[in-house]
Design a protein around this ligand. Structure first.
Ligand SMILES: NC(=O)c1ccc[n+]([C@@H]2O[C@H](COP(=O)([O-])OP(=O)(O)OC[C@H]3O[C@@H](n4cnc5c(N)ncnc54)[C@H](OP(=O)(O)O)[C@@H]3O)[C@@H](O)[C@H]2O)c1
Length: 299
């Protein structure tokens, strides 16, 4: 019989943010055997995870007490900062030997700022945004864009294996966020191209499905863009990836480029027209609602 001291103990993990991505990530961690605690601003969303054996805390500070690993999966930089550094924020309560894995898409500046706050406490920090939407998150099929100190890899790999299909280690902390911004400016461009192709085909008297079927038959037709074009035709705007979050990423990409003295003309236009669509009330819809920016009247 194995002695008690040899039974492997799974690290305890806290997840701050149980939205569309954070909730399935927390569930998959619990299914893999980790001891999981969550916090979410809207507590009901966190409580929905209790049936999966996940503990719910009422503040970020309570949630991180005793955590060996912290995952933040919040909407953006400001909400992550608030959860970590606000009145009941998690940073001060996180044990000194814990690792903070920042998985939300927060861009370059916020990643630098929050990594610096972690460094002030000599906490280990991994920048690891993800590619893949709510479906891949549920199926533990995310692509993890990890970056950080080499010596942390071994400690975080079991967690990544529980939520993703593959982890790319791309450099020092910040490199993962850089890759994520480049990928999401691409996502925005092909989504807007899908919106314009669908609307143009229709305006020229075609059934827009002829456009998407042809696109799907060509190397031009990225599966993501074809899927979004079909969602636009079917008016399926139930969010997988909300337009407001996609817009945040385009704005982050434009800001990061500007910082480097670079212009992104396509991203800059998308930033403006998606901003208008959000002002017209489409921010909580799926990014496929970008089609509204092309339709008559822009709404
Ligand atoms: N969905 C995707 O396809 C996808 C894919 C890859 C990466 N991402 C990125 O992953 C992150 C999470 O996305 P998601 O789709 O899970 O978004 P979501 O469903 O909208 O969840 C956002 C989370 O942030 C919290 N939040 C928002 N504002 C807050 C504030 N001011 N204070 C405290 N908490 C706040 C929300 O809390 P409440 O529940 O209280 O609102 C929720 O927990 C984002 O950075 C997004 O860009 C998303």
């Amino acid at each position: 019989m194995q002695s008690a001291s040899k039974v492997p103990v799974m690290p305890s993990i806290t997840v701050l943010g149980t939205g569309r991505m954070g909730a399935p990530i927390a569930r998959n961690l619990a299914r893999a055997g980790f001891d999981v605690t969550v916090w979410n601003r809207t507590v009901e969303k966190a409580q929905a995870l209790q049936d999966d054996g996940i503990a719910v805390a009422l503040t970020p500070a309570q949630a991180v007490a005793g955590a060996e690993v912290l995952v933040t999966m919040l909407a953006d930089g400001p909400s992550t900062e608030e959860a970590m550094l606000g009145d009941t924020g998690g940073l001060g309560a996180l044990p000194a030997e814990a690792i903070w894995i920042q998985m939300g898409t927060i861009g370059m500046d916020w990643t630098r700022r929050l990594a610096a706050r972690a460094a002030e406490r000599t906490l280990a920090f991994v920048d690891a945004p993800v590619s893949g939407s709510d479906g891949p998150a549920r199926d533990a099929q995310l692509l993890i864009l990890a970056s950080g100190a080499d010596e942390l890899r071994e400690r975080v790999e079991p967690l990544f294996a529980a939520v993703g299909r593959r982890t790319l280690w791309v450099g020092p902390a910040g490199a993962g966020s850089a890759l994520k911004l480049a990928l999401n400016s691409w996502l925005a461009a092909i989504t807007q191209a899908a919106a314009e192709g669908v609307t143009l085909a229709q305006a020229l008297g075609l059934d827009p499905r002829v456009f998407t079927h042809t696109l799907a038959d060509l190397p031009l037709g990225a599966p993501y863009a074809v899927a979004k074009a079909n969602a636009m035709i079917e008016r399926q705007f139930e969010p997988g990836f909300a337009l407001a979050l996609a817009h945040k990423d385009v704005a982050l990409a434009v800001a990061a480029a500007t910082d480097k003295g670079l212009q992104l003309p396509v991203a800059a236009v998308i930033d403006a027209v998606w901003g208008e669509a959000i002002a017209h009330g489409h921010g909580a819809q799926d990014v496929a609602a970008a089609v509204m920016t092309v339709e008559r009247g822009g709404d």
